[in-house]
Ligand binder design. Structure first.
Ligand SMILES: C[S@@+](CC[C@H](N)C(=O)[O-])C[C@H]1O[C@@H](n2cnc3c(N)ncnc32)[C@H](O)[C@@H]1O
Length: 213
């Protein structure tokens, strides 16, 4: 959702174009319908969206309203308090999640591009929920590896696709029992294995019960 099929955070070219063309056609109408029937976000998130679409070179990276509301819904329904956002960009997903976690909750968001991090931090500083957000600058895999087990309830993976498998394994290590991994665009890009049977939403009832797809 919210991404053009041919553009990815790491600049990779996509494969499987025929499948993507069909999916884009269906997804375009479905996404428009979903957007039309999704409640607006907070004024600051709408401002981030407007800024990202009009003033950045990669507007398609934006998570946006549909995915943002989806993340918020998961957080509220699950009662999650501590979440990790891999790939801050202009701060949309991090702030969307911060707005939904309880007052003592925390969002750790990770960004290796300092210009993006500066933009995001500027928005976080203006938000009454910004105190919940810890923006860490650096390579996501290194920061994830520095975290202890059971550090988080939810990991949202939305960064360089080449590292998704590594992010997935580190996320499994640091998730609490009952936690969740949500990943942007892996289904058609074969990120977690040799088949197309990849999950965008991975429920972890207990860590030992889940085997890799
Ligand atoms: C698709 S954008 C994230 C969009 C964001 N979640 C949102 O809600 O709009 C991906 C971001 O991940 C960052 N990124 C890519 N590779 C990274 C890495 N190895 N470590 C940290 N950040 C990375 C990029 O600089 C980019 O800002």
């Amino acid at each position: 959702m919210g991404k053009n099929s041919s553009e990815y955070a790491d600049g990779q070219q996509e494969t499987g174009k025929a499948i993507h063309s069909f999916m884009d056609m269906v997804a375009g109408e479905a996404e428009q319908y979903a957007a039309d029937h999704t409640s607006p976000m907070s004024p600051l998130l709408e401002e981030i969206e407007d800024y990202t679409l009009n003033k950045t070179e990669s507007p398609s990276w934006l998570t946006g309203r549909i995915e943002g509301r989806f993340l918020q819904l998961i957080i509220v329904l699950s009662g999650f308090r501590n979440v990790i956002d891999i790939g801050t960009f202009t701060g949309y997903s991090a702030l969307a999640m911060a707005e939904s976690i309880p007052p003592d909750g925390k969002v750790l968001t990770i960004e290796h591009n300092s210009a993006n991090a500066d933009i995001a931090q500027g928005f976080f500083d203006r938000s009454p929920q910004g105190y919940k957000i810890n923006l860490q600058r650096g390579e996501a895999i290194n920061i994830l590896k520095s975290l202890p087990p059971e550090a988080t309830d939810l990991v949202f993976i939305d960064a360089d696709k080449a590292n998704y498998l590594a992010y997935y394994h580190e996320s499994m290590r640091i998730l609490r029992k009952g936690g969740l991994i949500v990943s942007d665009i892996i289904q058609t890009r074969n990120m977690l294995g040799s088949s197309r049977r990849c999950l965008n939403l991975i429920k972890i009832p207990t860590k030992v019960q889940l085997s890799d797809p």
